[in-house]
Design a protein around this ligand. Structure first.
Ligand SMILES: C[S@@+](CC[C@H](N)C(=O)[O-])C[C@H]1O[C@@H](n2cnc3c(N)ncnc32)[C@H](O)[C@@H]1O
Length: 324
């Protein structure tokens, strides 16, 4: 799949031009950049026409029995409980999705889905064979000063751009942590429901759920379109050789391609766990009653089973290099 063609009309480029001819007397503070959305042109997914074998539709073995957390400051591990689900209480619980075992299972399922759409690749960045120093985020606050050293070959993030409140800051941290010639990779699922063939009506239950989710997460400072805004932000942070690989992941096993079908099966499973994880704390922030939340959840769960509606979520892989 090829990278999207984009023209650089970003505010970052405009700001650079502007800075080239400063006014002689006034000290000017550069305008904060408004990140530019990239246009994405990827082929539509072809739907399957044959019946699918029942065995293909079973998912097994998602019980998570081990914890791989590292030891850092205790505040990160402090939790609060709401509606029987565990949340981070770090920084006043600003991340509104639980972090309990059910949620960890959902992340594992998303990991399996990701491997299906990348042919098993964990990263696309063209690392040299002797690359050794790699940082991803097990448990730490990426928006605080990074205390894990520098000279990294790769900084790797997944599904973080919508969650982080200050992406330019995190990109600056990434840039400083990398060695010259090192790579940043961001693998970003865009949680905005799409359909290319008009099979998803406006009153689709899952679409309504995703629209409510978007409004709710916006209240917590999250931006679900951020995965499409990274080019200008990466440029502004000083990165070069920026590549964007857009993909589409079907919601459910409706694609004719077998790998996409498996990815779709995993994504549907992950969404079925996301629905109860978000209708408590996130949706209640919109002032919805418990009954209203339950109605939205029920209609989303029903809609999720309907494979005649060809819904998908976009996935964006960004790789960017610190200059040599
Ligand atoms: C959508 S999940 C992605 C998890 C993981 N990267 C993956 O792909 O499986 C977002 C994660 O970001 C974490 N998070 C939120 N704010 C953060 C911050 N400032 N620094 C580091 N992690 C953060 C949340 O606790 C949550 O685990």
């Amino acid at each position: 799949m090829s990278a999207a063609n984009t023209t650089d009309t970003s505010p970052a480029a405009a700001a650079t031009e502007e800075r080239a001819t400063p006014e002689p007397t006034a000290i000017r503070t550069p305008e904060p950049a408004t990140p530019q959305l990239v246009e994405v042109e990827t082929p539509a997914i072809t739907p399957v026409t044959e019946p699918i074998d029942d065995e293909e539709l079973e998912i097994e073995g998602w019980d998570r029995t081990t914890s791989t957390s590292t030891s850092i400051s205790t505040s990160i591990y402090r939790h609060s409980w709401e509606n029987g689900r565990r949340f981070h209480s770090y920084k006043h619980g600003r991340y509104p999705i639980p972090n309990d075992d059910i949620e960890q299972n959902r992340e594992d399922i998303k990991h399996a889905m990701m491997l299906e759409i990348t042919d098993g690749k964990l990263y696309y960045a063209p690392l040299s064979k002797n690359a050794q120093k790699i940082i991803d985020f097990l448990v730490d606050d990426a928006e605080e000063e990074w205390m894990n050293g520098d000279n990294y070959d790769l900084v790797h993030m997944r599904s973080m751009s919508s969650v982080l409140k200050d992406i330019p800051k995190v990109l600056r941290h990434s840039y400083s942590a990398l060695k010259p010639g090192g790579w940043l990779e961001m693998q970003e699922l865009q949680a905005v429901l799409h359909c290319d063939d008009d099979t998803m009506p406006d009153d689709d239950g899952l679409l309504q759920y995703y629209k409510t989710l978007n409004s709710a997460l916006t209240r917590f400072g999250m931006d679900l379109e951020m995965p499409r805004k990274l080019r200008s932000l990466l440029e502004e942070a000083g990165f070069v050789n920026i590549h964007h690989i857009p993909k589409k992941v079907p919601v459910g096993p409706w694609a004719s391609d077998r790998y996409l079908r498996v990815a779709g099966l995993y994504l549907r499973e992950a969404i079925s766990h996301l629905i109860p994880a978000t209708t408590s704390k996130s949706f209640r922030a919109l002032g919805l009653s418990e009954a209203e939340c339950e109605m939205i959840a029920m209609s989303a769960r029903q809609a999720l089973q309907d494979m005649s509606r060809h819904r998908y979520l976009p996935f964006h892989f960004w790789t960017a290099q610190k200059p040599e």
